[in-house]
Design a protein around this ligand. Structure first.
Ligand code: S3P
Length: 167
């Protein structure tokens, strides 16, 4: 195989993309990359600052460019931000790739991410916002995914194993 990510992880914040991604990278002996980190490095500011200063639409455009570059260059494990699938252009970039959706139900999300003060999209009413967020996104995660792995009752190691078994 020449080029392209070995695994792409999508799913809501708190679903374990970075933890599972690092475990998968270790298991596969491949590098790990995260488009949120790429954006922070390129912009020299935090994602929450990009949201506040320039708005979500601008962030999604930066994210699309980050996904385009990573998909073209990265031969390893790639984790995307939780909202990357909202952008149609980003979804197109994922066509044909080994994408795993780490799913998580709303109650588990509230338990794991809690009040989510550091997460710009969850600052006001976390439970209601989680429900709305998942209603808007669930079908998009499913659309881009080759496999869906439920994370609710699994440890990160078990999720990593399930991803390897399924892909
Ligand atoms: C977002 C998720 C975050 C980050 C940004 C927006 C979202 O990534 O990209 O805060 O819209 O769900 P993680 O899923 O890695 O936390």
């Amino acid at each position: 195989m020449t080029g392209g990510p070995l695994v792409v992880l999508v799913g809501p914040m708190g679903s374990g993309k970075s933890t599972v991604g690092a475990l998968l990278a270790e298991r596969l002996g491949a590098p790990y990359r995260d488009t949120d980190a790429d954006i922070v490095a390129a912009e020299g500011r935090e994602i929450s600052d990009i949201f506040v200063e320039d708005g979500e639409e601008h962030f999604r455009a930066l994210e699309r460019a980050a996904v385009r570059a990573a998909v073209a260059e990265h031969e390893g494990v790639l984790a995307l931000g939780g909202g990357a699938v909202l952008d149609a252009g980003t979804r197109e970039l994922l066509a044909g790739l080994p994408v795993a959706y780490l799913s998580m139900d709303v109650e588990e999300a509230v338990r794991r991410v809690g009040l989510g003060a550091a997460r710009p999209l969850l600052a006001v009413n976390p439970r209601r916002q989680w429900r709305e967020l998942m209603e808007a996104r669930r079908h998009l995660y499913t659309e881009v995914a080759r496999v869906v792995v439920a994370t609710d009752d699994r440890t990160p190691e078990e999720v990593a194993q399930a991803v390897l078994d399924a892909l």
